[in-house]
Design a protein around this ligand. Structure first.
Ligand code: MN
Ligand code: MN
Length: 309
């Protein structure tokens, strides 16, 4: 199969059936390198729901995406064979059933040596993805985690699994190596000082907004740790960005990253074995002029740049 995006010269970008980056549709068995997929589930949300509508909205916005990465000087869709494999099946009213569907969907993909970039969904979808990756690679993963929130929070309304607890479970289940976990953009809000106990106990590296703004962005990105050994996963919660740059999200927190800072950080990350990534918490109903879904497209393209390293 020819894995090139549909030409905008032949079919203008407002036309044609919407796939991620206008890529061809494929099945996990086909011979591509990187899958784009949607995971339309928001049953783990504690505040504003609607992230289930993000994959179709991001597909639509990605019609404006191009293949040449200016900063890297490379045509990414020529370097890597990419395809849209559609959406992972979900059960909108049952988190447990959805978790087992996500885990088996991702596992069947990675067991065929595929890499992937998933569009959520709320942040609860990341835990079953990590379960599948641990099963495949057999070791705890390195994790790069963009977010306003720590996502190590306790059970809510007696429910252990929700969008604010994926990282706590991932560490407690041994899916992620806390010593090789980097959080970026963190700024709370915290219910109490005890909310910080978990990351301190497990020695997670947490870059708050104050850390990111301590010096110029050029000097800050030089301090990024390199992920040179072991499989690495990247989870990008869109609320790591400031609500001015990403208003369409379920739990916005003022004082966050700018789109430019995100681009600079993603272009500077050195990751030798990125095995997959997600972009979560886009909530189209609260978006304006597609600002947030366009940022999600941009983040997915930058992640593809890391995969092409
Ligand atoms: Mn968040
Ligand atoms: Mn999150």
């Amino acid at each position: 199969m020819d894995y090139q995006p549909l030409s905008g010269r032949e079919f203008p970008r407002f036309s044609a059936i919407k796939t991620f980056f206008r890529l061809p549709v494929a099945t996990p068995q086909d011979d591509f390198d990187v899958a784009f997929l949607g995971i339309p589930f928001d049953g783990g949300v504690s505040y504003r729901p609607g992230a289930r509508f993000a994959p179709s909205r991001i597909r639509e916005s990605s019609s404006l995406g191009r293949g040449f990465h200016w900063g890297r000087g490379e045509q990414l869709f020529s370097k890597l064979k990419c395809a849209d494999i559609g959406d992972c099946p979900t059960v909108p009213i049952d988190l447990a059933q959805t978790y087992s569907k996500i885990e088996s969907f991702i596992y069947q993909l990675v067991s065929k040596q595929k890499k992937f970039i998933a569009a959520g969904g709320d942040h609860s979808i990341t835990l079953p993805i990590l379960r599948a990756l641990k099963k495949k690679y057999g070791v705890p993963l390195n994790l790069i985690h963009f977010d306003a929130h720590l996502d190590t929070y306790p059970a809510a309304w007696n429910c252990e699994y929700h969008h604010g607890s994926f990282l706590r479970h991932a560490i407690e289940e041994g899916l992620v190596n806390p010593l090789q976990t980097l959080q970026i953009g963190i700024r709370g809000p915290l219910a109490s000082k005890e909310d910080l106990d978990f990351i301190q106990k497990h020695k997670i590296t947490c870059w708050t907004m104050d850390d990111v703004r301590a010096d110029s962005i050029k000097s800050i990105v030089r301090q990024l740790p390199h992920f040179t050994s072991g499989p690495t996963y990247l989870s990008f919660d869109i609320d790591g960005l400031d609500p001015a740059y990403a208003p369409g999200t379920g739990t916005p927190v003022p004082g966050g990253l700018t789109t430019y800072e995100v681009q600079q950080i993603l272009r500077s990350l050195k990751v030798s074995h990125l095995v997959g990534a997600d972009v979560v918490e886009v909530c189209p109903a609260y978006d304006h002029s597609d600002i947030t879904s366009l940022v999600a497209v941009d983040v997915m393209f930058e992640i593809l740049g890391i995969l092409s390293q």
